[in-house]
Write a protein that binds this ligand. Structure first.
Ligand SMILES: *[C@@H]1O[C@H](CO)[C@@H](O)[C@H](O)[C@H]1NC(C)=O
Length: 522
């Protein structure tokens, strides 16, 4: 009988594993790189046998798959207009995107538009939809965690950038600001005294915002758009804090070899690089011919998908053409328009299969904006870099790559062409050194127990199997921050010192006081 039970149980278990889990993937941010990360994650989850419901603004790009259901949030594009990224304003310094509050406002608007979207509302209101796990992107807001109140299943954060205090705070606690930078400050340790103070200040400000103003805004959104649905379905409405700090995992689009060796909680898992297609797709014929015939090597120049090179000032475009024209190498420039007077060694490509270009043996240098996807691809395919950071985490990425010794950073200004010429001379003049360095990092990056896509599926399965992986939840979450840093002890010592000082003062007063009264009576 027991044997039979065992067999039946085993059969059921294997059946349920074959079935795969029902996953809700929330990738609502209408920015191409976030779309790439979402699409590729979905692809691997489907390959892993899971059934995926995918909230995305990139509907037309989705393959038809029997286990994929797409929830259309194309409307999010309205909450994220062109105004967000204006090259000329960034170049003149008129626009500063290195600000938590501005970025939070943008992202919280995307969240509201997502929650208000009828397609999302229908999904949440339909009790026939059941999920085993939610994977939601963290980008400046924690509010997507409230979906767990309606769907009543474990929640996994996905963070697209290097680990930082605001996201780690959700699963463990902030990083030590004495050696690890806020990505907006973009500092590389070791720091000078004043940078360390600035770092602490920025951390405290971030924590204050996260638990104060941001919290209030998010709780309001939760109570207005999500909680009523849970109530209507007779489900409890948990406190927002209980949802916010209840994630099972934090998946990071990172790898230590690319980022920094910092202590991370057991619920943090590196899956960076999963977006890179293997095997690499072959190059289109025309590009292949150009790259095959480049006797002096190919330099690939791309400012990424958010920033359109056509928005660059005309003088700068001509300046860049001149700099590139003076090189003996072949230059591939990803650019959205044709330029007049393009030198013979410069080829403008409107659409560029970046991974295939970086994989070509004749590629010797990649000039990039330093988005984390490009950086990961550079290490994957071992290409040295010149980085021209534009916004968000790109400055931090650029500084790290420069410190690691495989990149040179150039600022995006109206003098970009002149500064780029200097940087090109520097890197091309010492190319073997930069190449050797990136090859070392590439070996470290590739040498891991599981491929990133397998790690993704492994950890998602683990959360489903262990019903939310409570064993991975950091103990630190049970202890308030003031206790973790012994603020209470410091307060006790401080009060004791004051009491001691008061007592000493009193004694001194008594002694000297006696004297004066004696003197008076005399
Ligand atoms: C927190 O997560 C666990 C595991 O997924 C779940 O059992 C619990 O109900 C969640 N708590 C809240 C308040 O949602």
């Amino acid at each position: 009988m027991d044997m039979l039970k065992c067999l039946l149980f085993g059969l059921l278990l294997s059946l349920s594993l074959c079935d795969g889990a029902k996953i809700l993937a929330v990738f609502p941010i209408p920015s191409p790189s976030h779309g790439i990360l979402g699409d590729n994650m979905i692809k691997h989850l489907l390959d892993g046998g899971h059934e995926v419901t995918y909230i995305t603004p990139y509907v037309s790009k989705q393959p038809s798959h029997p286990k994929l259901r797409v929830i259309d949030v194309t409307d999010n594009n309205k909450a994220f207009s062109d105004k967000v990224l204006n090259v000329k304003q960034i170049m003149s310094g008129a626009m500063n995107l290195q600000d938590n509050e501005i970025l939070f406002e943008i992202m919280v608007n995307v969240a509201v538009t997502t929650f208000e979207n009828p397609n999302v509302q229908n999904l949440l209101k339909d009790p026939t939809y059941k999920f085993d796990v939610i994977i939601g992107e963290y980008l400046f807001t924690n509010v997507y965690s409230t979906l767990a109140a309606v769907l009543q299943c474990p929640y996994i954060w996905f963070s697209t950038i290097e680990p930082h205090s605001m996201v780690l705070n959700l699963v463990h606690g902030p990083l030590n600001p004495a050696y690890y930078s806020d990505y907006l400050l973009a500092q590389i340790a070791p720091y000078s005294f004043d940078v360390r103070v600035k770092q602490l200040w920025s951390l405290l400000k971030g924590l204050y915002l996260q638990s104060g103003y941001f919290y209030d805004r998010e709780e309001e959104i939760y109570m207005k758009l999500i909680a009523p649905i849970a109530k209507e379905q007779g489900k409890p409405v948990p406190n927002y804090n209980d949802l916010k700090y209840n994630a099972s995992l934090l998946l990071g689009n990172t790898q230590v070899a690319i980022g920094s060796a910092i202590p991370l909680p057991p619920s943090y898992k590196h899956i960076g690089g999963y977006h890179i297609e293997e095997p690499v797709k072959p190059l289109p014929e025309d590009l292949k011919k150009i790259m095959d015939n480049a006797k002096n090597g190919v330099i690939y120049f791309s400012l990424g998908s958010n920033l359109k090179s056509k928005d660059l000032p005309d003088d700068l475009k001509q300046g860049l053409l001149k700099v590139f024209g003076g090189l003996k190498q072949t230059v591939l420039w990803k650019f959205e328009e044709n330029l007049p007077g393009t030198p013979q060694n410069v080829h403008i490509v409107q659409w560029a299969p970046q991974q295939s270009i970086l994989a070509h043996p004749n590629l010797i240098l990649f000039v990039t904006h330093g988005g984390l996807l490009s950086l990961t691809e550079a290490i994957h395919f071992a290409a040295p870099l010149i980085v021209i950071p534009v916004f968000a985490d790109q400055f931090f990425n650029a500084n790290k790559a420069q410190r690691k010794g495989y990149a040179v950073k150039v600022d995006l200004t109206y003098r970009l062409h002149e500064d780029l010429r200097v940087a090109l001379d520097k890197v091309l003049g010492d190319l073997p050194k930069y190449t050797a360095r990136v090859q070392e990092l590439s070996v470290a990056y590739h040498d891991k127990p599981m491929k990133p896509k397998d790690a993704l599926n492994f950890w998602v399965n683990h959360v489903v199997k262990t019903k939310g992986a409570p064993h991975l939840k950091s103990v630190a979450l049970q202890v308030p921050l003031y206790q973790r840093v012994y603020l209470d002890l410091i307060a006790v010592i401080f009060v004791a010192l004051i009491v001691l000082l008061l007592i000493i003062k009193k004694i001194l007063c008594l002694v000297t006081g006696k004297k004066t009264t004696k003197e008076k009576t005399n």
